[in-house]
Design a binder for this molecule. Sequence first.
Ligand SMILES: [Mg+2]
Length: 401
Amino acid sequence: MHPFRTIYIDMNSFFASVEQHEEPALRRKPVGITAMEGDVGCLVAASYEAKYFGVKTTMNIQEAKTLCPKIILRPSRHRLYVHYNQRIAKIFDRYAELEYIRSIDEFQIALGGQSTHLEFASKLVQAMKSAINNEIGKSLQFSAGIGSNHLLAKIAGKLEKPNGMQWLSPDNMPNRLAEISLNDLPGITKGILYKVNAAGIYSIPEIYNLDPMHARKIWGSIEGERFVRLLHGENIPLGITKRGGYGNSKMLAPENRTLKNSYFVSRWLIEKSVARLRRDNYTASQFTLFIGIQKPKGHWVQSVKTHYSQDIAHFLDINRGLWLAMYARERPYSISSIFIQLRNILPLSKRPSEMFLPMDMAKQNQREHLSKTIDTINRRFGASTVTYGINKAHNGFFERG
Ligand SMILES: [Mg+2]
């Protein structure tokens, strides 16, 4: 069999499960988690007992109540979910190499050595399931996908819910997905689906059998080629987004909308994105900062070209300059969202050397080497063991559970 490289873990109905764990009276009952106090707005999560009645995440509360009159509503407690996210991450970290925390309820584990065999990878999943049950509680369950790469693992994780375990590799692709519809695949947005259908393609096996270069034409970007190669089980590093860069965006929680806190969140986003860039051995030569302004309403965006770098301190310097420029112009009272992006990506091994610039040809310079060491320490001992001055972690606001 082909080797497996990734386990993708998706906590089932995470927010609702945490509430059921915290409040035993909610267990085995239909529970909906709301974005705000009271009966207005939408659900951000629903327990499996509620989903049984057809209730869905993001559904309007009135609609959910019509489908399931007995649904018990609780307001979202984001900090609590972040706390559980960290507890779970620590448990996984003891059993395996926790490679990425992909979101508040998704984790990616790297496989190596023996665990690249299905038998061992499955045992690892079982061991992690028991550990979560024993150390936290039975309310928290997850579906795991074992795959040749992160995309196949993620898709495999969606095949069986709740509490599932499935695998995907060239040994069962594409037939294993023959019955799944195209728009259930991560990465197939409405826009892509339209292009793919226009090219006469309606099923996963048909996409699978595309020549990767042809897929590139259909998508109109390198993403198409990447997607087909990933379906074939190739190992392509994660992190290059659709726009060909490494990015991170956040809607800010109310307490982080002040100028000072939002600036610190931007520093945190940069540290995270550059760490990912470095882990994949890339450099970037363009930095974009987008700031959504709540008061007075508007937005501010600027891109800066620089030399190819993977140095966090360098991008933090640029970021500081951009915030000063933004403040001088906009004088905002309150910031609603931040988006940062690193573009013009080049593998470190292809970086040219330029005189007078702090970059060495095809290898890390001293500062970058220091950054890499800090990444390793943070990965080993927890995300904020060493930081570059002040930042502010912001794990998301109203994310879906
Ligand atoms: Mg989930």
